[in-house]
Design a protein around this ligand. Structure first.
Ligand SMILES: Nc1ncnc2c1ncn2[C@@H]1O[C@H](COP(=O)(O)OP(=O)(O)O)[C@@H](O)[C@H]1O
Ligand SMILES: [Mg+2]
Length: 207
């Protein structure tokens, strides 16, 4: 993928990898803009529900629109059908990397980070959106001189997020890659919806 141009952005290097896709740093030199592009793993590209899930990831964060969430600008599909998202590039560490570098020990900024994450989640829940895959690799820490502590936690990866359907909405549009609507697997979104996961949300007991 290095060197490929997607929607005007040339991919320069890989910056991360998760269960569903690979994330690249990409630049548009003409307008001096850097972005991150998440491209779905090609093994999922023939599965329309997985592509739909990527689109829903973008919708979820844009519905909430909170500084503690990643900004996602664009959804599209490559010629082979692979879905991609163009989002803001976060120049920072994952919370996983930070915890590792702290050697599992307490650090003074940790509470502030936890408070930010809780407050961002509260905002998403106000919009009826539940992340359901919250884990340190889905949180990035970026410098932000405008807030106390100079660092902002950004929650990523709303790929398996769910929305509480509103009256008249019918079934939720949020899906798992296995091809079944979450609500059909677990029943309508309950108050005790899964908030955190260790591996796959469906393998973890409801909290
Ligand atoms: N916008 C971004 N800027 C920089 N790195 C990112 C960005 N988004 C994701 N990453 C990196 O890529 C990894 C995988 O991204 P994620 O959205 O969680 O993909 P997946 O759905 O495959 O788990 C993250 O853990 C992080 O290291
Ligand atoms: Mg992830």
């Amino acid at each position: 993928m290095i060197g490929t141009v997607i929607s005007g952005y040339r991919i320069v290097r890989q910056v991360g990898k998760g269960g569903m896709g690979v994330v690249y740093k990409a630049v548009n030199e003409q307008i001096a803009r850097t972005t991150a592009i998440k491209v779905l793993n090609p093994r999922y590209c023939q599965d329309p529900e997985t592509v739909q899930r990527l689109m829903n990831e973008a919708r979820a964060v844009n519905i909430v629109g909170h500084p503690g969430l990643i900004n996602i600008h664009e959804f599209g599909q490559l010629e082979d059908g692979s879905g991609y998202l163009i989002m803001e590039f976060l120049d920072g560490d994952t919370l996983r990397a930070r915890l590792k570098s702290q050697g599992g020990r307490w650090w003074p900024g940790g509470v502030r980070i936890a408070q930010q994450i809780a407050s961002t989640l509260a905002a998403t829940h106000e919009h009826g959106i539940v992340h359901r895959d919250l884990k340190p690799e889905n949180v990035m820490l970026v410098a932000d001189s405008h807030i106390a502590g100079g660092e902002r936690a950004k929650i990523l990866d709303f790929g398996v997020a769910a929305v509480r359907p509103r009256a008249g909405d019918g079934e939720s549009a949020f899906f798992f890659p296995c091809g079944k609507g979450v609500e059909r697997l677990r029943g309508a979104l309950p108050a005790q919806s899964l908030l955190f996961s260790k591996r796959h949300p469906l393998r973890r007991q409801t909290l």
